[in-house]
Design a binder for this molecule. Structure first.
Ligand code: AMP
Length: 420
C-alpha cells in the first residue's frame, strides 16, 4: 500500500479484470469496423466552450460536472465529458466532410470525466466506445448505428438489455411542442430550480426522476403528438428498418437524454440488472450540432456505449467471456545453462505467435510449477542439467499431468502441435 489512493469516484483496471474491459472494447468496436467506421482519437481535453456550446449551457454535464482548468497560458480547457463534440470538431478541423464522401463514419474509444456523485456504476472517470456518422440525413444510417450496437451487445452474450426509442422532432416541430410543454409545466407545483429549467430546457423536466414530479406529468403534451410530417415519416422508416433487422425496441415518449444537441432519433440502451444506473449506452441524431460549434450544416447521428456499465451488465447476467489465455506455455529452468536455453525457447515461441512466459528469479521447481499452474498455461517446459546433457526438454501437459522428453531442436514444433 502506498500513501496514495485512486481519486474519489475512480478505480484502476488491473489483471485479471482488465482483460474483460479490453474484450468489451474490442467487441463493441468490431461491428463498427466491419461497417466502414474509421478510428478517431482526440485529446483528453478541449476548449471549454466546445462543450458549453455543443453539449448545452443548461445541462448538468456543463453546469455541474465538467472538470475545467485554466492553463498557465490562460486557456480555458475542460477534460472531455463526452465524445461527440470532440470528434465532430476534429472532423471539421481536418475537413473530412469536404473529401466528398459523406457520411464520414468514425469510431472512438477512451476515457471521459464527469464530476458526478459517485455510486455503483457511476464514476468520475469512465470509459466509452462511441461512433459518429457525420453529414448524412438518412433513416438507414440511424438504423445502422442502432443495429451495430445491438449486435455488439449480442456478441458479448448480453440478453437482458432493452432499447428505448424516441424522436425529438426538428427545428420545425420542436419549438411548437416546446411552447406547448412550457405552458403545461408552468401550471404545475414545482420547486424554483425546476421552474427555471422550464424556461431554459423544458424537455428535460420530463426526465426528472422524482416521483412527486413524475406524478404531475400525467397528461403532459408529448413530442410524439407534435411531430411534423417529415419527422413522423423519418421515424417510421427507422422503426421499420429496425424491425426488419430483428431489433426489438420500446417507444419511450419521455426519453430526452441529458445533452441538448439531439434532434429526431434518440435512443438509450438500458439493462435491468444494474439498479438506478441502468443506462448502458445511448445516442441519437444531432443535426444542428455542427452549426452550433461554428461548422456548416452537417446532419449526423451517433452513440456512445459505456464500457464500465457493460462489464457490470455482463457480471449481472453471469456471462463469462471466452478470453484468450494470457499464457499458453510456461518455462521452468533448473540451473544456469537451462535458463539460457529455455529463455531462447521462450523468445522463439513468442516470435512464432505462442503466448509464453518464463520463471524469473532463479526459483526452485516447486515454486516455479506453482506459478505455471497459476498462469493457467496448458504446457510447462522444464529442463535441468541432465535433460540438457541428453539434448532434451521436458514437455508437460498441465491438464493431464503427462510428461515426455522432446529433442531441444524440435521443441517449438512439438509445442505448437500439442497446443493444436
Ligand atoms: P451519455 O454520454 O451520458 O449518453 O452516456 C453514454 C453512456 O456512457 C451511458 O449509457 C453510460 O453507460 C456511460 N456513462 C455515462 N456517464 C457515466 C459515469 N459517470 N460513469 C460510468 N458510466 C457512465
Amino acid at each position: 500500500m502506498s500513501t496514495f489512493k485512486a481519486p474519489k469516484g475512480t478505480y484502476d483496471l488491473l489483471p485479471p479484470d482488465s482483460a474483460v474491459y479490453l474484450a468489451v472494447r474490442e467487441a463493441i468496436s468490431a461491428p463498427l469496423r466491419r461497417a466502414g467506421y474509421g478510428y478517431a482519437e482526440t485529446p483528453g481535453f478541449e476548449n471549454v466552450e466546445l462543450f458549453s456550446r455543443g453539449v448545452g449551457e443548461s445541462t448538468d454535464i456543463v453546469t455541474k460536472e465538467m472538470y475545467t482548468l485554466t492553463t498557465k497560458g490562460g486557456d480555458e480547457l475542460a477534460l472531455r465529458p463526452e465524445g461527440t463534440a470532440s470528434v465532430l470538431r476534429a472532423a471539421l478541423e481536418a475537413n473530412l466532410h469536404k473529401a466528398g464522401n459523406l457520411p464520414v463514419k468514425l469510431w472512438y474509444s477512451g476515457s471521459y470525466y464527469r464530476y458526478e456523485r459517485p455510486q455503483a456504476g457511476r464514476y468520475r472517470h469512465f470509459s466509452q466506445v462511441g461512433a459518429e456518422a457525420i453529414g448524412a440525413e438518412d433513416p438507414a444510417l440511424d438504423a445502422e448505428l442502432i443495429i451495430l450496437a445491438v449486435d455488439a451487445y449480442r456478441s458479448l452474450g448480453l440478453r437482458n438489455f432493452r432499447l428505448l426509442l424516441n424522436s425529438l422532432g426538428d427545428q420545425e416541430c420542436r419549438p411548437v411542442y416546446r411552447a406547448a410543454l412550457q405552458e403545461f409545466l408552468r401550471g404545475l407545483d414545482l420547486d424554483e430550480d425546476t421552474r427555471r429549467r422550464i424556461e431554459i430546457n423544458p424537455l428535460r423536466v420530463l426526465d426528472d426522476k422524482r416521483e412527486a414530479v413524475q406524478k404531475q406529468l400525467t397528461g403532459a403534451p408529448m413530442m410524439r403528438d407534435h411531430l411534423c410530417a417529415s419527422c413522423t415519416a423519418y421515424h417510421e422508416q427507422v422503426r421499420e428498418l429496425l424491425t426488419a433487422a430483428g431489433v426489438v425496441f420500446e417507444d419511450d415518449t419521455k426519453l430526452v437524454r441529458g445533452l441538448d444537441y439531439y434532434t429526431r432519433t434518440t435512443f438509450e440502451f438500458v439493462h435491468d440488472g444494474l439498479g438506478s444506473q441502468s443506462a448502458v449506452g445511448g445516442g441519437g441524431r444531432y443535426d444542428g450540432l455542427s452549426e452550433m460549434i461554428g461548422g456548416p450544416s452537417l446532419p449526423s447521428v451517433g452513440w456512445a456505449l459505456g464500457v464500465d456499465r457493460t462489464v457490470l451488465a455482463l457480471r449481472a447476467e453471469g456471462v463469462e467471456l471466452a478470453l484468450p489465455a494470457a499464457t499458453q506455455v510456461y518455462a521452468v529452468p533448473l540451473g544456469e545453462e537451462a535458463r539460457r536455453v529455455l529463455f531462447g525457447v521462450v523468445t522463439e515461441l513468442r516470435r512464432a505467435g505462442v503466448a509464453a512466459d518464463f520463471s524469473y528469479g532463479g526459483r526452485g521447481l516447486k515454486g516455479a510449477m506453482k506459478s505455471a499452474n497459476r498462469s493457467r498455461a496448458r504446457i510447462a517446459l522444464v529442463a535441468g542439467e541432465r535433460d540438457l546433457a541428453e539434448g532434451v526438454i521436458q514437455l508437460k501437459d498441465l491438464g493431464s499431468g503427462e510428461q515426455r522428453a522432446v529433442p531441444a531442436g524440435e521443441i517449438t514444433a512439438a509445442v505448437r502441435a500439442a497446443l493444436g
